[in-house]
Design a binder for this molecule. Sequence first.
Ligand SMILES: O=P(O)(O)OC[C@H]1O[C@H](O)[C@H](O)[C@@H](O)[C@@H]1O
Length: 288
Amino acid sequence: MNNTFTIRDIVNEDATASVSDYGAHVLSWAPAGEQAVVWRPKAIYLKEGTAIRGGVPIIFPWFNSGFEGGHVASKTPKHGFARNSFWHYDEEGSSDVLLRYTLDSSEIGADILSQFVSGPNPQFHAVYTIEVGRELTMSLTVYNDGDEPLSYEEALHTYLQVGDAEQSQVCGLEGADYLDTVLDGDPRCSQGDEPVTFQGMVDRIYYSADTLELRDPVLQRTIIVAKQGAAQTVVWNPGEQAGNAIGDLGDGEWRGCVCVEAVNNRDCAVVVPPHDSHTLQQTLAVKH
Ligand SMILES: O=P(O)(O)OC[C@H]1O[C@H](O)[C@H](O)[C@@H](O)[C@@H]1O
């Protein structure tokens, strides 16, 4: 594996984007003529073993500290190893509109692999593609190369740029059940008829895979978030207090983003039969 922090800038007639090989991490994406849609903070810190803030971290094979036997577990690193790994850039499989990355279980330490719920010796490889155009489509396919079912959690943890989180709304989750992980015991709640808004920390796992709209009155646009192969949607913004306490964000930067994430976690973890695969996909677009 090539352990250098390469960042690839993509410029084509429909969009610009930048992608880091470390984490196969989309750092930014803007359709032509638009402000950035995928949000990145002012400073990006690149350090082996540490996740990049902003952009689209790939969360795999567990979400937060994982979930096992009906309880929150204590797996490390937080959100799995995919965002902290140097992925292989597939030169031949890539172009100025599509980037392709791979990662193989043989490159991951046994101590980390031993934390898989489905058994200590998983064999798999992952292929991640990023299509850069007027839409951005990110697809994570995990192939189970072993003889036992492979179980994991995953997310495409997408930071979306907004003019002001407190004035933004996520529409399309009305009536959906969710786990409110800000509250003790992560109680199951139900979204009323109103959109999701951001006054204080919001950290929720919605049992919905519907296409959503992030409405932004400040930038006067709507970001459309569609997904496939996801059972859930996580919506997250840390709010002022926790946002200003995040070490790799400047004061007030939390206001410039809202995370809308395509997710399979907890009771919706993926189980891939032997020699089969699963794809999680998220597509972003803008409308005015
Ligand atoms: O700070 P990070 O490790 O990147 O995690 C950032 C956030 O990711 C997700 O949105 C989780 O739902 C949150 O609980 C977590 O705080």
